[in-house]
Design a binder for this molecule. Structure first.
Ligand SMILES: Cc1cc2nc3c(=O)[nH]c(=O)nc-3n(C[C@H](O)[C@H](O)[C@H](O)COP(=O)(O)OP(=O)(O)OC[C@H]3O[C@@H](n4cnc5c(N)ncnc54)[C@H](O)[C@@H]3O)c2cc1C
Length: 397
C-alpha cells in the first residue's frame, strides 16, 4: 500500500508536546507537514507538569499560550525543604522580571497542552495529523526518507522529524546510539485529591524536599497534587505500588489520621541518555527521542519544546532556501550540547542534592540556598540557570 499521493515536505513522527510544537513551527514557516501518531488519540497520561519561562515565551510566539494559562496555575515561587527540619529557602522568580515577560512557572499537565497545539495546527493549510499509524521503520535516510507503519502503509517526505519519545523507532532506524545510564531506583509518582496546602501549611506549588532516606518532590497541578518518591531498587513493582505500602509512605509525608484520597500511583524507570547524533541524513531527532533525563527540575519536556522550536525554525528556513544544512547542524549541535552539559548536569545534580547523606555537605548546601534566596543578584543568577534561560542564551547559535 502507498501513502497519500501529495507527499508533505516533512513527516513528524509522534504527536506528543514536542512533535506537535515542531509541526506547528514548520507549518507556520510555510512547510507542509504530516504528523503520524501511533495512538488512537492524544496521550492522556499525567507526565510533565511544569512549564519554565522560555517555554512560555515560545508558546506565546506560537499563539498558544493563552489556552495554557487559562488551564494552568501560575507559580511565582518554589521551595526547598528538609524532610526533618522544614523549609530551607523559597526562591522568587519575580527577580527575573527584566529577563523574561513570564517570570513564573506554569503548573499544568502536558496532556492539556497537546489538544491546544493540535487545534492550532489543524487551522493551518498543508497540515495533516494521522492517528493509529505506528512507525516501524525509516529507510532512504539520505535522500527522501520512506516511513513505514505497522498498518503496512508507506509515507515519503523530504525530511522526517523523530519526536516519538524515549523508545523512538525513528532513532533506532537511524542507528544513533542512546548513550547514558538508567538510575538504580524507579520513581513512584502518586496523585492525590488531598489539599497539601492544608496538610503542610506554607508549602509552595513546587517543593523539593531533601532527605537522605526518602527525598520527595511535591507538585501542585490544577486538579490535584503529585508526589514523587524514590523506591528501593531491590523491591518488586507490586510491593511499591501496593495501596497499603503507598498509604504508609503518604502517612510519612503528612498524617491525616485516615487514608489519603488517592487518584493514581505508578512506577517508572528513570534514565539519563542522549543520542550520539541528532541528525542522520534527512532525519532529525527532537525531544525524548533525542534525550531523556530525570524529572528533578522539570526539564525534559521543556528542553524538548526548545528543540522543537529551534530545530523546527531552522529546518523550515533550510526548506525555504534561506538557511543551509550547516546552519541546521549548528542548531542541532547546540541542542545536543544543552542536553549533555546542561539538562543532564542540572537534573543529575538535583538528584544528588536531594539524597545527600553526608550531614556536613547537606548543611553547607542548605546554607548556600538560604544565602542565595536572601540575595537578589545571586538568586537571579541561580534562577536564570534553573529556569533554563541560560541554556538558550548561552547555547543558541
Ligand atoms: C512521571 C513523569 C513526570 C515528568 N515530569 C516532567 C516535568 O515536570 N517537566 C518536564 O519538562 N518533563 C517531565 N517529564 C518528561 C516529559 O514527560 C517528556 O520529556 C515529554 O513527554 C517529552 O515529549 P515528547 O513529545 O518528546 O515525547 P512523548 O510525550 O513521549 O510523545 C511521543 C509521542 O510519540 C508517539 N509515538 C511513540 N512511538 C511512536 C511510533 N513508533 N510511531 C508513531 N508515534 C509514536 C507516542 O504515542 C506519543 O504520543 C516527566 C516524565 C514522566 C514520565
Amino acid at each position: 500500500m502507498s501513502g497519500p499521493t501529495a507527499s508533505p515536505q516533512v513527516i513528524v513522527v509522534g504527536a506528543g508536546p514536542v512533535g506537535l510544537t515542531c509541526a506547528l513551527v514548520l507549518a507556520r514557516g510555510g512547510v507542509s507537514v504530516t504528523v503520524l501518531e501511533a495512538g488512537p488519540d492524544l496521550a492522556a497520561e499525567s507526565r510533565a507538569s511544569t512549564f519554565h519561562p522560555p517555554s512560555l515565551e515560545m508558546l506565546a510566539d506560537l499563539g498558544v499560550l493563552d489556552g495554557l494559562l487559562e488551564l494552568g496555575i501560575t507559580s511565582t515561587t518554589f521551595q526547598y525543604r528538609d524532610r526533618r527540619t522544614g523549609p530551607i529557602a523559597e526562591l522568587d522568580l519575580g527577580v527575573l522580571s527584566e529577563d523574561t515577560p513570564f517570570p513564573f512557572r506554569v503548573q499544568c499537565e502536558q496532556s492539556k497542552l497537546t489538544p491546544i497545539l493540535l487545534a492550532a495546527l489543524r487551522e493551518l493549510p498543508g497540515t495533516q495529523v494521522v492517528f493509529g499509524q505506528q512507525v516501524t521503520d525509516v529507510s532512504d535516510l539520505d535522500e527522501r526518507p520512506v516511513v513505514r507503519t505497522a498498518s503496512g502503509e508507506t509515507f515519503t517526505a523530504d525530511w522526517v522529524v523523530g519526536a516519538d519519545g524515549a523508545s523512538s523507532a525513528v532513532r533506532k532506524a537511524t542507528g544513533a546510539q542512546f548513550e547514558g545510564i538508567t538510575y538504580p531506583e524507579r520513581f513512584l509518582v502518586v496523585s492525590t485529591r488531598e489539599d497539601l496546602e492544608a496538610a503542610l501549611p506554607g508549602i509552595a506549588a513546587v517543593n523539593y524536599v531533601f532527605d537522605p532516606e526518602e527525598w520527595l518532590v511535591l507538585l501542585r497541578t490544577p486538579e490535584h497534587w503529585r508526589i514523587l518518591f524514590p523506591t528501593d531498587p531491590a523491591s518488586a513493582d507490586a510491593l511499591e505500588t501496593d495501596p497499603v505500602r503507598v498509604q504508609e509512605r503518604l502517612r510519612g509525608v503528612a498524617d491525616l489520621g485516615r487514608d489519603w484520597d488517592l487518584l493514581h500511583a505508578s512506577l517508572y524507570n528513570v534514565h539519563q541518555r542522549v543520542a550520539d547524533r541528532f541528525r542522520t541524513g534527512h532525519v532529525v531527532l527532537v525531544g525524548d527521542a533525542a534525550h531523556v533525563n530525570n524529572p528533578l527540575g522539570g526539564m525534559g519536556m521543556n528542553s524538548g519544546l526548545h528543540d522543537a522550536v529551534l530545530s523546527g525554525w531552522s529546518l523550515a528556513d533550510l526548506i525555504g532556501g534561506t538557511a543551509s544544512l550547516e546552519d541546521l547542524d549548528a542548531v542541532l549541535a547546540a541542542r545536543r550540547e544543552v542536553a549533555t552539559s546542561y539538562v543532564k548536569a542540572v537534573t543529575h545534580d538535583n538528584w544528588e542534592r536531594l539524597r545527600e547523606s553526608d550531614e556536613a555537605a547537606r548543611i553547607a548546601y542548605h546554607d548556600q540556598l538560604r544565602a542565595l534566596a536572601a540575595d537578589t543578584s545571586s538568586s537571579r543568577d541561580y534562577l536564570l540557570r534553573t529556569s533554563m534561560i541560560d541554556s538558550l542564551r548561552e547555547r543558541t547559535p
